[in-house]
Design a protein around this ligand. Structure first.
Ligand code: C2E
Ligand code: CA
Ligand code: CA
Length: 636
């Protein structure tokens, strides 16, 4: 950092000047005593008297210096000395008097310690005297007594010279020191400027270049690649679950992880390439001089593998993954900001495609992005416009072969596009944060509908609602649930919250805490799409869930794929040993129902019984079964 000029520095200059004034005072007094002695020995009474008067008057300048009036003290000293020298010159040998030697000494010192005006004032007095003597001598009006030089003259000259030399030595010494200090200060400023420039262009945590420097390097690289007819790859890298790691292990661990991953990324690329940190968990890599696009894919693959390698933090091995988007210059654009946007879009594509992979930008992504933006803006209007509806898919108790409840699945009745399914808009609602409002409506509507069924005589029916992690992070979900249950007079144990495994993995300790509070209200929790994520059974214990929904992908192939059967069997066994009930999702035929029932699965859901239905059709379905006008397909 640059040091601000300190007050003490100014003080020290004053101190130094006072010190020098006092030193010169003593040197002059000493010289006066010596010269005085010489004059006494020589018998020069007038000169001796002048020196005594001078010596005594000089004490006033000493007094002024000690009182801090350095400038005034110096002026007094200089004037008295000039007066003394002029008088001595006048009454003695005129222009050949040794006292004239005092003039240059006075002038040097006046420049050092006095104002510039005093220098010119004294100079003019000296020159005037010299000229007057010169003119008067020429016209014969002045006749100096030109004594021949004696030993005394030599002594006086030596004393005067020594005194001047002493004063000049002090002055030059101070000047040299001042110059040295100036040079050091200069170096410090240059160093600080270098440091500031580094700070402006680098990320403080990882010391990697930042976006400003990346843009600069990119612009240079574009100029070079145009000459060499080569391409540049811009890679946008985003860590997949950094926030969770940061929230659960603390910022220090998060910083440690970022530093380690920065180091790994830098090791993969060539020295001439640039790895920069954009902030948070986002990195940008510029790969220069590409002749073959396969090279970029190879680098991306290496990066994915390297990021995936666990990092030891607080004695624990932590793994993370990343999603990469790549845009190429000049094919996609030669403008940094445009290319950056392309790489960003490609990165989102990688995220949507399941994370931990890389994608090259293409025109379609841009079209999709525009469509997504327009869909998000439609959704923003659609929520207050009541364009969303809930469909309900029955859940069947496989032991009693009865409808035990339903899962609420949202649909969007778009005014122009018709009925839109959740796969097309839930991820956009999540990305834009609109899921908080939409999710609130879903919970309220699901509870309201369930209450109506109860009033129609089907008190056994429970309702399952899908909830996204964003609702836990940003919404006031506990309050929404309490209000929805309260206003509809619904028992808490009839509301079931479905959370996907990835949602659970995304939850920080504080969010898990709010989930536990909701749990305490008596709400049931189930893990959705079980088997597609990390299938970490630790979650079951940690979050104390009631139900586990085995993902459709395992159920649909269970008759043909022995592996799937083994997995489903293991999940059911483990769940039942933990007193957790299981749901088989996506059952489409009788043989599959029989299979999962044989494996002791508790609940079934799927097109075999019914597709998701609007609320009235759903209740007609349940009514018909209850009245016996329709029966659930019997299974063996
Ligand atoms: P999910 O929670 O796994 O819901 C089950 C999905 O599987 C539903 O698709 C359902 O129609 C479909 N399905 C049910 N039985 C069968 C079957 O036998 N065969 C086949 N092939 N499919 C079957 P849907 O309604 O399109 O919902 C898709 C996903 O959207 C849901 O998956 C859920 O993750 C999400 N979703 C739906 N509604 C909401 C909501 O209100 N909030 C949130 N956050 N997500 C929702
Ligand atoms: Ca679900
Ligand atoms: Ca599911």
């Amino acid at each position: 950092m640059l040091n601000a000029p300190k007050k003490t520095q100014a003080d020290s200059i004053e101190d130094l000047q006072r010190q020098r004034l006092v030193q010169i005072f003593w040197a002059v007094e000493f010289a006066i005593i010596l010269c005085g002695t010489v004059f006494i020995l020589r018998g020069s009474t007038a000169e001796t008297l002048i020196l005594i008067v001078t010596g005594l008057s000089l004490v006033s300048s000493y007094g002024l210096a000690m009182r801090g009036k350095i400038g005034l003290g110096a002026n007094v000293l200089l004037c008295i000395l000039t007066l003394m020298a002029c008088t001595l010159v006048w009454i003695n040998n005129g222009l050949r008097d040794e006292a004239i030697l005092v003039f240059p000494g006075i002038l040097i010192f006046s420049l050092y310690i006095g104002r510039r005006s005093i220098f010119f004032f004294l100079l003019s007095i000296m020159v005037s005297e010299i000229l007057i003597i010169g003119v008067l001598s020429f016209t014969g009006h002045y006749d100096a007594s030109t004594e021949p030089a004696s030993f005394f003259t030599a002594v006086v000259i030596t004393i005067v010279l020594t005194c001047i030399a002493f004063g000049s030595y002090l002055t030059s010494n101070d000047l040299r020191k001042a110059l040295k200090r100036l040079e050091e200060e200069n170096q410090r400023v240059r160093k600080s400027q270098g440091e500031i420039s580094h700070l402006v262009h680098h990320d403080a945590l990882t010391n990697l270049p930042n976006r400003i420097l990346a843009k600069d390097r990119f612009t240079q690289a574009v100029a070079l690649s145009q000459r060499n007819k080569m391409s540049i790859g811009l890679m946008f890298i985003d860590l997949d679950n950094f926030k969770t790691i940061n929230d659960s292990l603390g910022h220090q661990s998060g910083d440690h992880l970022l530093k380690e991953l920065s180091f790994r990324l830098s090791r993969i690329v060539r020295v001439s390439d640039t790895v920069c940190r954009l902030g948070g968990d986002e990195f940008l890599v510029i790969i220069h001089n590409i002749t073959d696009i396969d090279y970029v894919s190879k680098v991306a693959r290496k990066m994915l593998a390297s990021i995936e390698e666990p990092v030891k933090i607080q004695g624990e091995l932590i793994s993370t993954t990343c999603s990469i988007g790549i845009a190429m210059s000049p094919d996609d654009s030669s403008d940094f900001e445009t290319l950056f946007m392309c790489a960003d879009l490609a990165m989102y594509h990688s995220k949507d495609a399941g994370r931990n992979n890389f994608s090259f930008y293409n025109e379609q992504m841009n079209i999709n992005a525009k469509q997504h933006l327009s869909l998000i803006s439609d959704m923003r209007k659609g929520i207050p416009n009541n364009e969303f509806v809930l469909y309900f898919q029955p859940k069947i108790d496989l032991k009693t072969n009865t409808v035990m409840g339903a899962e609420a699945l949202v649909r969007w009745q778009h005014p122009e596009k018709g009925l839109i399914f959740p796969d097309e808009f839930i991820h956009l609602a999540e990305r834009s944060g609109l899921i908080v409002d939409l999710g609130e409506w879903v919970i309220q509507e699901a509870c309201r509908t369930c209450r109506q069924w109860h009033l129609m005589g089907h008190q056994q029916l429970s309702i399952g609602v899908n909830v996204s992690s964003i609702q836990f992070k940003r919404g006031n979900i506990k309050q929404v649930i309490e209000e929805s249950l309260g206003s509809n007079n619904l028992q808490p144990n009839l509301l079931e919250i479905e959370l996907t495994e990835s949602t659970l993995m995304d939850l920080s300790p504080s969010v898990a805490e709010s989930m536990n509070e909701i749990h305490k209200l008596g709400i049931q929790f189930s893990i959705d799409d079980f088997g597609t994520g990390y299938s970490n059974l630790g979650y079951l214990k940690l979050f104390n869930v009631e139900t586990l929904k085995i993902d459709r992908s395992f159920i649909q192939d269970i008759l043909n794929d022995k592996g799937d059967e083994t997995i489903v069997n293991a999940i059911i066994q483990i769940a039942s040993s933990m007193k957790i009930q299981t749901v088989a999702e996506g059952i489409e035929d009788l043989a599959t129902v029989n299979k999962v029932r044989a494996l002791n699965c508790d609940i079934g859901q799927g097109y075999f019984w019914s597709r998701p239905l609007p609320a009235d059709e759903f209740i007609n379905y349940v009514d018909a079964i209850a009245k016996g006008s329709c029966t659930l397909p019997e299974t063996s």
